[in-house]
Structures are given as C-alpha cells and as structure tokens.
Design a protein around this ligand. Sequence first.
Ligand SMILES: [Zn+2]
Length: 378
Amino acid sequence: MHQVEEIEIPQGSFGTTRWLPVHRFGEPSAGPKIYVQAALHADETPAMLVAHHLLHRLVEADDAGQIAGEIVVVPFANPLGLSQRMLNMHIGRGDLAGGGNFNRNFPDVSSAAIASLKGLLGKDARENDRLVRTALRESTRALRGYLELDALRATLLGLAIDANIVLDLHCHFEGVTYLYCNDAGWPAAAALSAQAQSVATLLSTGGAGGSFDEACDLPWVRIKEAYPDVPLAHGCIAVTMEYRGQADVSDDLAAFDADAIIRFLQRSGAITGDPGEIPDALCDATPVDAVDHVRAFTPGIIVHKVALGESVVEGQIVAEIVSPEAPLSTPRTILRSRTDGVVFGRLFSRIARPGTAFLSIAGQDPAKVKDGLGDPYP
Ligand SMILES: [Zn+2]
C-alpha cells in the first residue's frame, strides 16, 4: 500500500510552516527496508526528478503486488534549502542562516547506540541485527536540537537510520554520473554502480564530515569495532548517487536512473521481478582520497582543456588560468592532473579564486594528491 505522510519540521519562525513529504510502500519487517531521499542539497534538481520517476515506478510495482520490503521515499529532503534565494539565484547547498553545508554535520549516534547495546548482544546474528536497529532508532529519537536545521537533520536521520539500504540522491554542479560508497558497503553496492552506469565510484572509510550516508552506515562499523566478538553483519549499504550536473534535468535521464534503482531493489529483494543482466561496469571503485581536486592559486579566467568523463593521465594539462589584468605577453598558468584518472565534476563558475577546487578527477593513489587543503566543496 502506498501512503503519503507529511512530517512537520518544528517552526524556525512564526508565520511559517515547513514539512517533509514521506512516501511509504510495503510493510515494516516484510523484507529489507529501503530509504531514498532526494536533493538534500536543495538545488540539485536532477535528483528530485529521479525521485519523481522512481515514485511512479514504485506505485506501478505496488499496484502489481511486487513490493516485498519496506520502501520509504522523500522526494525533496530540504524544504529549508528550497526556500533560499539571493539575487534571484537559488542557493541550495549551504544554509544561509549559518548552518553550513546541508550534507555535513549529521549527528553520529554510534556512541549512544554502543552504550545502549552493552550486555545485550549474543550469539544469534539475526537477533543482534534486530537489537542494533532498535538501538539506532532509539538513539536517533533521543537527538535534541532547537534549530530548524537540527530538527530537519534529526528527522531525516530518523527515517533512514534503521534501513538496510540508503540512497541519497544528489548531483554535481556539472558532472557525469558517479557515486560515493563507504568501504563497508562495498562490494554489495557494485551492482548498483554498474546498473547506474557510474563513471566514477568513490570509496571512503568515512568519518570526516558527517555526511548523511556516513551518519547512516558508519554506526554499524563502530558498533562492530566495539563488540568484535559477537556475530553481526554490516547492516546498512549507504550510497550517495550523483546524477550529473544541476542543469541535467531530463525525463529520459531520470527514467534511466529510476529504472536502475528499481533493478537494484529487485536484486536486493525489496521488489519482486526480474532485474535482468547486470550491465558491464564503466569503472572500478577507487578511493575518494585519490580524487585530484584541481585548484588554482592565482585569480583569473578558467579555460578547461578536458571534457567531463574524459580519461586523463598524470601530468596532462587539464585547465589554464588567464589573467585579464596581466600584460598580454604573460604566459597562462598551466594546471596539470596529478594522477591518471577520469574527470567527473566541475564548478559552474569559470572564474578562478585562489585555493578553490573547480575540477575533480578520480584517481587511484591517494599519495599522489595529498595537499591537506581540506573539504574541496564545503
Ligand atoms: Zn549534493
């Protein structure tokens, strides 16, 4: 059965009410729980169109009696960010009220869950799995915050924290299809990477920034570390799906992307039906720490020399910076890739600001790209 719920976010101001739409299919405990949300970065519109197509497909599956688990979809996850405009531009990535990047600083409920599980886990792996999900739910329910943004984060995490699979739908400014997955969820997510035709699949050990996917699946890693001797499988595959660039809003693309999710859910047992053959993967998974975030250290005009999706080699010129104020005889600043890899994303702006990353290349070796300059896209 398809049910739609509206969860009100505690008010940040009088005269304003915000709410989250929550679509539910299937029954809790009937099979794996799947959680999908779109556009936590509120200006990442392709993600919302994928969720729209996905909902149509799920309604069809529901009408055909094919839902075999519990599926929860939030087709727009950030009503705060949706409302932000400045000079007629939509600002959806960060909180204009000062709360930072909307996909950072999600609460980590690991410690609370570990404490509440003390003495409870035994020899039965299935029972341990159930106890952990209960502890995660209760730890998330206990989160407190007075700000509207804290409430939004706690609400989203509360919807997802006990899921077996979490898909957080995003996009880059300009980009190809790529995805992020934590090590613990790999290779279980390999079928999704191939089905989605990901051009770069980036694995991390997590823990750096409190992104939504990490907040959902790293507690399983921490709980296993705290209780290494009990049988407990990693219980959550959390993947951030990056659906190209912000302007890549197309029914054909979104239908393809939603279909890939449906096939992955069929393979995961949440929907019945034949997912067909897994297509050949377009990439191997590579470490997120091996991404070369190309930065300029002088202001100027960015002239790209490589295309999105293009494979490059170490030392290849990827961009040039033109200074409009320098004498015409001044050579351009040449920027080269520090790694072999594939170009998967870049900023809209063609104005270089010193230290700002504007182009990303998925490489293989973290040692080649270490720069200690921190979050490339804060
Ligand atoms: Zn995003």
